[in-house]
Write a protein that binds this ligand. Structure first.
Ligand SMILES: [Zn+2]
Length: 175
């Protein structure tokens, strides 16, 4: 069944909420992964945290492409603790957005967000956008919006109020 009911009591963003997901898991994971933020590669390999793995050949800092583990590469361990914290939040936010993507109507809603300027008004000819923290694809902007909603909500609200409102609606914080 196509879920297209207008939900009541969702203020401000003017956008339809397609699913409610919880950011509690992101907050809990941020606490659980705090040790990884200061470990060396060797320390991580001696004491790997469940749900995380290391790949010496990974070209970027980390990815969430594997269903059962987030993969960390050498570049991750070159970051300071703040940088690592942000990468971990971003990769875990991918899990949350994966859940949203299962919902009917997700892509229409995402492009509606883009068109509303929620990820910034500057748009390139090929459809890419100059968005949150340099993200340029709509899906990565949404992931980043969830990550920053946890780590720097005031910054997100000030700079990307539409994205902030959408995340707050989606996680039920505006009720
Ligand atoms: Zn990403």
């Amino acid at each position: 069944m196509y879920f297209n009911m207008k939900l009541k009591g969702i203020p401000n963003s003017g956008l339809r909420r397609i699913a409610q997901v919880s950011v509690d898991s992101l907050r809990e994971e941020q606490v659980r992964t705090v040790d990884i933020e200061t470990m060396s590669v060797e320390e991580f390999l001696e004491n790997p945290l469940a749900g995380y793995q290391y790949d010496d050949d990974l070209p970027n800092e980390a990815n969430a492409n594997q269903p059962d583990a987030i993969t960390l590469g050498p570049k991750f361990f070159e970051l300071d603790s703040g940088g690592r914290s942000h990468v971990l939040s971003h990769e875990n936010a991918h899990r949350l957005v994966d859940q949203l993507q299962q919902q009917e109507g997700f892509w229409d809603e995402l492009w509606g967000l883009v068109d509303s300027g929620a990820f910034g008004s500057e748009r390139y000819k090929d459809g890419d956008i100059a968005g949150i923290n340099g993200q340029y694809t709509p899906i990565e902007n949404l992931v980043e919006a969830f990550a920053v909603y946890i780590s720097e909500p005031e910054w997100l609200q000030k700079n990307y109020p539409g994205a902030y409102a959408y995340v707050a609606d989606t996680v039920g914080d505006n009720q």
